[in-house]
Design a protein. Structure first.
Length: 165
């Protein structure tokens, strides 16, 4: 289950006695839980309820993670304030996001074709990607695994695996 992977990713690196308490008390984890709930409701064709929980997430935590985004387990918001994640964003593994990050579409950016033939104008993230504060990843690009994107970067072209840009 994706939320279990999220919980483990949030708990990683914390002291053994503090893990559960610090994760449960973490508002960024609460925001991820609300996203997971809204996404699950969307997946079972209750999109209106999914949108309601998306809106609650925006009001309570100032995080805009679209309920239609497809984020794999292991998603971590380190400081979620001001983060925006668009509806067609896909992650295939662990994704760590800091504050004021925008992951989404770019006007006029070429889209990529998914295996199902649908053209998407938003990024796809491979496993183990970190996006630092204020970065913008826009357009239908692919960000390779084990990549770190520096604070304040604007990325609109594919990023190869094992990059630090």
């Amino acid at each position: 289950m994706r939320i279990t992977k999220d919980l483990n990713a949030f708990a990683a690196g914390r002291g053994i006695g503090k893990k559960i308490i610090t994760v449960i008390a973490n508002p960024n984890f609460h925001s991820v839980c609300l996203y997971r709930l809204s996404n699950q409701l969307y997946r079972i064709h209750l999109g209106f309820l999914g949108k309601l929980f998306w809106y609650i997430n925006r009001l309570l935590f100032h995080v805009d993670i679209d309920h239609r985004a497809n984020l794999a387990g292991g998603f971590v918001l380190v400081h979620g304030l001001g983060t925006v994640i668009g509806k067609d964003v896909i992650s295939k593994g662990k994704l760590v996001v800091y504050q004021h990050v925008t992951l989404g579409g770019g006007n006029g950016q070429p889209g990529r074709k998914d295996p199902d033939g649908k053209v998407r104008g938003m990024p796809l993230f491979e496993n183990n990607v970190k996006v630092y504060a204020g970065a913008m990843i826009i357009g239908g690009i692919t960000v390779g695994e084990n990549t770190q994107i520096k604070a304040g970067r604007i990325v609109s072209k594919d990023v190869p695996p094992n990059s630090f840009i």
